[in-house]
Design a protein around this ligand. Sequence first.
Ligand code: C5P
Length: 239
Amino acid sequence: MKLCVALDMPSKEDNIILVDDITTACKNLNISTKDIWLKIGLRSYIRDGRELLYALQDKSYRIFLDLKLYDIPNTMLDSIVECEKLDIDMLTIHASCGFKAMQAIANLLQEKESNMLIMAVSVLTSFDSNGFREVYSIEIKECVKNLAILTHKSGLSGLVCAIDEVSIIKNISPSLLTVTPGIRLESTTNPSDDQQRVATLQDAKMACSDFVVIGRPIYRANNRIYTLESILQKIYKDQ
Ligand code: C5P
């Protein structure tokens, strides 16, 4: 399992300070920063764009651009061509853009011999079952299963999902990778904010999730380095 830290801070400088804290915690525990994924989402990318990407690429981390693209197949494909030039390691799209778009993207990456992982968002972890039924008239788990089958057939790398849904995806194919946000620490007193389908690191490990995404429990912690070290210890050191 690998850690993705969400760089969702209110300024570029704050994100760089957060990355410096991650570097300190990694050094203290003797963990390579190449094993850590920095997740740049909409807020940071809209504000700081490529400048932030380039600043982070100099620091030898893995870069995960979380843009959750969703459009018609032709527009998706053109966008992926542009993303491919950014030299990033992981990108998100919405699986609900459909099989045709996902397959075209997978074929394009194969043609270009690209190593960029494309993860398809299944159902956002901020949805609970009532809110989801209200919009899509289907149960979350049924929808995740359908989207995982389509993603697998398309040839893309894997899906973003809640911990509870990892087993559904791995049952379809163990080779599908899973990215799981909505992680909350046992010791924290923070409310789970807008996340509804939350789980702990221990749950994530037991479910065999490949990547956990953690944002607020790290950057809002009273003692950030201590929190980072305890997360890194659980993910990379404890058996
Ligand atoms: O702060 P928190 O730990 O909830 O961070 C979750 C991060 O993961 C945010 O950057 C959010 O955009 C992202 N994310 C998510 N649910 C998804 C996909 C991504 O929460 N399904």
